[in-house]
Ligand binder design. Structure first.
Ligand SMILES: [Zn+2]
Length: 326
């Protein structure tokens, strides 16, 4: 049985979503079973769980495809980083939407891990973006500097988003969370942006079109996340299917898919002899080593904020107005 918004605590309510809430303070078993029910999180769960399976399948397929080609002169390590980032993003997002009904504290922990996963994905896209798609002559020649910048921006974004779990009644919460991730996205995308504007001849029309679709999907995802369209136009109508967060999930899936395809296209078509000087070839440390550093930093941030949340008392509000969104 699912509940209306006036029957659940205020911090659980989602703006303009009036029905279809699972009960709070449930169990892991209940949350697992609820993945097959029809409530206002069902589509949020499956819109990243099914893409997770898709990306695992596509990763194996891409690996076989590229391994069989003899003209490729670059390392696949950065690509594998991105594949790992995509899978972590889809997995933690799905888990957050499944298990946040366990308890008030679990809800915060689940979504803070979700934020950290977005940062993890951002850096996993920045590393291949640097090695496969950067402007070969004038962009930062030391990968460690660029990757360190992208790690820093991802950690700052995670801190910013986790902070909004403490200050949850800020009315600009959607803007803060979306804006916090626009910053690392721009940092991570600079190799590609530089290439588009400074070395456009190195991009064929296929590469340009795929990248254009990637940027379009990401921009649309940010717009839907901030505006809460369409549910703000008709509260209650899109409770189960059609709400902005579901559209956001689908656009994110499409965006990261196009980003992966740009990398594969560049691997197949670019001449890496002109790009790789001896000091810029990817290494295990510059790829997965940096991802490990980011993982440890992100775990530290999440645990630090979770400590703060453990100190908070759970408040029960009677005001039926929906005010909050993850
Ligand atoms: Zn989500």
């Amino acid at each position: 049985m699912y509940l209306t918004c006036d029957k659940v605590p205020r911090e659980v309510r989602v703006s303009y979503i009036l029905t279809g809430y699972r009960p709070t303070d449930t169990t892991f078993k209940y949350c697992c079973k609820s993945t097959l029910g029809l409530h206002n999180e069902t589509f949020n769960i499956w819109s990243h769980l099914l893409p997770l399976l898709y990306f695992i399948w596509i990763a194996v397929d891409i690996h076989h495809d590229l391994s069989g080609q003899t003209n490729i002169t670059c390392s696949f390590l950065p690509l594998y980083c991105n594949m790992a980032g995509v899978c972590v993003l889809m997995l933690l997002s799905s888990l957050a939407h499944i298990f946040h009904a366990v308890s008030h504290k679990w809800r915060h922990l689940c979504f803070m891990c979700d934020y950290a996963a977005i940062g993890f994905y951002g850096v996993s896209a920045a590393i291949p973006g640097y090695y496969y798609s950067r402007y070969s002559k004038y962009w930062i020649t030391d990968p460690n500097i660029f990757i360190a910048l992208s790690i820093m921006s991802a950690v700052i974004a995670t801190i910013g988003c986790c902070y909004t779990r403490i200050d949850m009644h800020n009315k600009y919460i959607y803007y803060i969370r979306t804006g916090t991730y626009v910053f690392p996205y721009v940092v991570s995308s600079t190799p590609m942006f530089c290439r588009i504007f400074l070395e456009p001849e190195s991009m064929d029309s296929t590469s340009q079109f795929i990248y254009f679709k990637h940027v379009l999907f990401m921009v649309l995802a940010a717009i839907f996340n901030v505006t809460r369209i369409p549910e703000r136009w008709s509260p209650g109508t899109f409770d189960i299917i059609g709400q902005s967060h579901q559209i956001f999930h689908i656009l994110i899936f499409l965006g990261v898919k196009e980003c992966l395809y740009v990398m594969v296209h560049d691997i197949k078509t670019r001449n890496f002899d002109a790009i790789y000087e001896t000091n810029t070839e990817p290494t295990l440390f510059s790829t997965f080593g940096n991802m490990l550093i980011l993982t440890l930093l992100s775990i530290g941030v999440v645990l630090r904020f979770w400590q703060e949340i453990q100190k908070q008392k759970v408040k029960r509000h009677k005001n039926p107005k929906a005010v909050h969104q993850d």
